[in-house]
Structure formats: structure tokens, C-alpha cells
Design a binder for this molecule. Structure first.
Ligand code: 2M8
Length: 477
């Protein structure tokens, strides 16, 4: 047997496999409880799951939205899952915008702290937030948790409570991030993508010259940056990345978080295929929920958004490079970004891959020289010069991006034998990477070695979600 918290599932016979799975499943539920934190806004208590007590001690948008999809399968069904969503929505701005971070005013570990964003004039007074957002997975999560709520009446009541906020959020995304009505959303900060230091942004960084970032911003990063002290610096984004992250925040804050201006004038504005793939699926989810509540007229609008985005995603396919691509749209540019990252598989999640494109997409995904490693799916192809097995979003395999690819393959292309088999394999390898090394932020795609911050909520909730959705029969009583 291999060393590690648990043995490699492949080394075990079925009974032991089920024991490992059950053990990991139970450990995941314990960790989710441990990472629950209570925060008070407007004199009211909110319960939410922090990504990791080692560093990420506030509420993160897309982490919480996916965590809720695991929480719905715990004994707290549906309370903790509903609370997790309520704790996201409490930070929503009046215009419908949902921020990436809702800060806990009593905790200081994380950099940048709340005051760096200068959002006081635009956010809810009592809820300190950042000024950027994250991938729009909210509607997908609420659709899923309300379909898995034991009591249908409770699910319907919850839908009636949160649907107005979700619609307002989608309207805000459409108005501010797709003013030209292309179907693809513009994201304006690497942190918005969720894949912070991905090679996808290297080319766009050329427009953000380090010399033009105010010295005060760089001094602040040098003095106060904490992720590289609490975690291993060589696995984190570089200092230059952080100058750019904070330089953009400083610029947007000085523009009063005016999104019309930001989207038009920022040196960093990208039509992101991963963000947009989630957007397409989220609109289908929103339409489904509205239909379930008998609101088919309103559902039509969001169904229309979903269809438009799917077509736009399929149209980003570049035959020569055999991939979908992001588009740099900063300051009037329109320049495709060709980088071999796992973002190219995200149109699977949207259901945007055409019949003609599907075999090509699967071929690329299944290539052992690029993405089909021992612990797939690397965030950057392993044969790329930019591949780094340990540096955050520049190589490691992450459970969250695996989840998107798995659900894409299984839910949308499961009728295709090859897609289904690859989906099945990915489910097992994703569970395996968590079983072997525990709930770590990400792993080396070749060796499975764990990196990043530990006791992470994402792998725990994704373990619960994947097991309940695809491997229910393995859990022992
Ligand atoms: C990471 O991003 C934050 C900024 O949002 C950071 O590094 O400080 C990313 O992995 C992001 O996708 C994730 O939501 C966040 C919390 O887990 O951490």
C-alpha cells in the first residue's frame, strides 16, 4: 500500500475501496463542519464555510456556491446549504452585483484586507466586500440544492426567496459584462476568473506595465502580502502578479467602481471561456428554476441568454490550434488568446461543444502528453513551456475545475461512449487524489502530491458531491 492518509483505491479490493470511500466521505463532512464560521452583519448571524482556516478566512463567492452543492447531501439538509447561499446573497450590492469576497470584520489574516478595496460607497454598508466578482455558479448551485432538498415545499419556498436576487444578478452580469451583446462575459481582474495566475492572462499583462503601477501600491504589497508567508512562496503567484492584482484594484477604486468605465478602459478586460461557459449553464439553471415555479415567460429570457452564449462559445474554436480561446478585449482590442490550459474544456460544461468539435475536444483532453496525466486534469498542458506542477493555477490539477469537466462530460455528452468513459475515469481519479492525500487545495498532476493550503473546503464538498451524484453505491452504512 502507498503511504499517505489513505491507500490508493486502485491498490485495494472492492470492500476496501468502499471503506476508503466511506472514510473519506465522513472525513469530508467533519471538515465542512470545522470550516463553518459564523459572521454577523446588520446584527444578524450568518453561517458559512470558509475556504481554509490557514489563509482564506472570509466568505468567497464561488467556493461557497459549490460548497452548498456538497452541504445539501449532509444531515443538515437543507439548512446549511440554504444558509451558505444566504450568506453569499447578504453581500449583494443594490445593482445586483455579487462580490468575490464578503469579509469577516473580526478576522485579519488575509491580504488584501477589506479597506484596500474602497467599496464603502457602492456596497451594502454593513457588509465589507471586495469590488470584483467570481464565476457565476450561483444559479447552478441553487438549482441543484433545491432539486435535492427532501421537502419539496421547503425547496419551493427557498426558490421564491432567492430567485429575485439571482435574476437581478444575471441582469447585472448581462448589462455590465456584455454591453455589446456578444453572449460572452468580460472579466476585468485575474481574480474574477478564479484561475488567478493562469498563463491565459500572460499576454494581457503586457498592457499593464509595472512602471506605471503606483509605488505606494507596490510598497503595500511588499509590506503586507501574507499568502507567500503563510504558504510556500514558490507555489504562489509571483510578486509581479500581485503588483498587477493590486494595481488594478487601486485603479478601479479610484474610478469609483464604475463598471461601464472599467469594462471600456481597463488594460485588463477578457472574454473568458471558462467564466462564460459557467454563465451559459447558469442561465439554463435559472430558466429551469423559473419554469419549476410556473414563471415560463421570465424563463424564456434566460434560456435565450444560454443559447446565445453556447453559440458564441462554439465560435471561439480555432481549428489551427484545436481549441476554444479567450479573447483579450481590453481598450478596444479583439485578440484571441491561445494557451493550452484546461479552460478549453469548459464549453463541455455549457453544452456548447458541437458534434463536429466533440471528437477533437476529447482527443486533446485524452492526450497523455498534454492533459491525460496520472492525476488529471492539469490546469496547463504538461508539454507547455509554461507548465509548472506546483505553482497554483499554472499546472496543478484542481478538484473544482475537474468537477466542471466531469459534469460537462456526464450531463451533456454522456450519450457519447468515449465522453462517458472519460467522465467515469475522471470521477475516479478526482476521488482518488483526495483519498490519497486528504483535503488539499490542489495536486501535482503527475504524482498526485498535495500542494497549497490544507484542510480545504472545496475538495471536501466536491468529494461529497461527486460521491453522492456518481458513486452512491460505494458508501457503507
Ligand atoms: C484563490 O483566489 C484568491 C483571490 O480570490 C487568492 O488567492 O487570494 C483562487 O483559487 C480562487 O479561485 C478561490 O476562490 C480563492 C478561495 O479559495 O482562492
Amino acid at each position: 500500500m502507498k503511504e499517505g492518509i489513505l491507500a490508493t483505491v486502485a491498490d485495494l479490493h472492492p470492500r476496501e475501496t468502499n471503506e476508503v470511500r466511506t472514510h473519506t466521505y465522513n472525513a469530508a463532512i467533519i471538515l465542512l463542519k470545522e470550516n463553518t464560521s459564523t459572521v454577523v452583519y446588520n446584527g444578524k448571524e450568518y453561517q458559512r464555510t470558509v475556504p481554509s482556516e490557514s489563509f482564506y478566512t472570509h466568505g468567497w463567492k464561488w467556493d461557497s456556491e459549490t460548497v452548498a452543492m456538497g452541504l445539501i447531501h449532509t444531515e443538515s439538509n437543507p439548512q446549511r446549504a440554504f444558509d451558505e447561499i444566504r450568506a453569499v446573497l447578504v453581500g449583494q450590492w443594490d445593482n445586483g452585483f455579487i462580490p468575490q469576497i464578503r469579509y469577516n470584520p473580526t478576522v485579519k489574516k488575509y491580504y488584501p484586507q477589506a479597506e484596500k478595496w474602497r467599496t464603502e460607497k457602492v456596497r451594502q454598508k454593513e457588509v465589507p466586500t471586495s469590488g470584483i466578482t467570481q464565476p457565476p455558479i450561483l444559479a447552478i448551485s441553487v438549482d441543484y440544492i433545491t432539486q435535492h432538498t427532501y421537502d419539496k415545499k421547503e425547496a419551493d419556498q427557498f426558490l421564491d426567496e432567492v430567485l429575485p436576487a439571482i435574476m437581478k444578478n444575471h441582469d447585472n452580469f448581462k448589462d455590465t459584462r456584455d454591453p455589446e451583446n456578444s453572449g460572452l462575459l468580460t472579466m476585468i481582474h485575474p481574480w474574477e476568473s478564479g484561475t488567478d495566475n493562469s498563463p491565459r492572462w500572460d499576454k494581457v499583462y503586457k498592457h499593464i506595465s509595472l512602471e506605471r503601477i503606483p509605488q505606494s501600491v507596490k510598497d503595500d504589497v511588499d509590506e503586507n502580502r501574507s499568502d507567500n508567508k503563510l504558504g510556500e512562496a514558490s507555489h504562489r503567484p509571483t510578486q509581479e502578479d500581485y503588483y498587477r492584482f493590486m494595481g488594478l484594484i487601486d485603479m478601479y477604486a479610484s474610478w469609483g467602481w464604475d463598471y461601464e468605465k472599467i469594462v471600456k478602459e481597463s488594460p485588463f478586460a477578457v472574454k473568458d471561456i471558462m467564466f462564460s461557459s459557467i454563465w451559459a449553464r447558469a442561465n439554463d439553471s435559472l430558466a429551469n428554476m423559473l419554469e419549476r415555479r410556473g414563471r415560463s415567460k421570465e424563463a424564456e429570457k434566460y434560456r435565450g441568454y444560454a443559447e446565445q452564449t453556447k453559440k458564441a462559445l462554439a465560435a471561439t474554436w480555432i481549428e489551427k490550434s484545436q481549441q476554444y480561446c479567450d479573447i483579450d478585449v481590453s481598450q478596444g482590442r479583439y485578440s484571441p488568446i491561445i494557451e493550452p490550459t484546461n479552460a478549453m474544456f469548459m464549453p463541455l460544461y455549457a453544452g456548447a461543444v458541437t458534434e463536429e468539435q466533440l471528437p477533437k475536444v476529447l482527443k486533446r483532453l485524452g492526450d497523455i502528453e498534454q492533459f491525460w496525466t496520472e492525476y488529471p486534469v492539469p490546469t496547463t498542458a504538461i508539454n507547455s513551456k509554461k507548465f509548472d506542477p506546483t505553482r497554483y493555477w499554472r499546472g496543478p490539477s484542481w478538484p473544482i475545475t475537474n468537477l466542471l469537466i466531469i459534469d460537462g462530460l456526464m450531463d451533456n455528452y454522456g450519450h457519447n461512449e468515449q465522453a462517458r468513459q472519460m467522465g467515469e475515469h475522471l470521477i475516479d481519479t478526482t476521488l482518488k487524489m483526495i483519498e490519497e492525500y486528504g483535503f488539499t487545495e490542489y495536486v501535482d498532476p503527475k504524482t498526485g502530491k498535495p500542494y497549497g493550503f490544507g484542510k480545504f473546503s472545496w475538495p471536501a464538498s466536491i468529494y461529497v458531491y461527486l460521491t453522492k451524484k456518481y458513486r452512491k453505491n460505494v458508501l457503507l452504512k
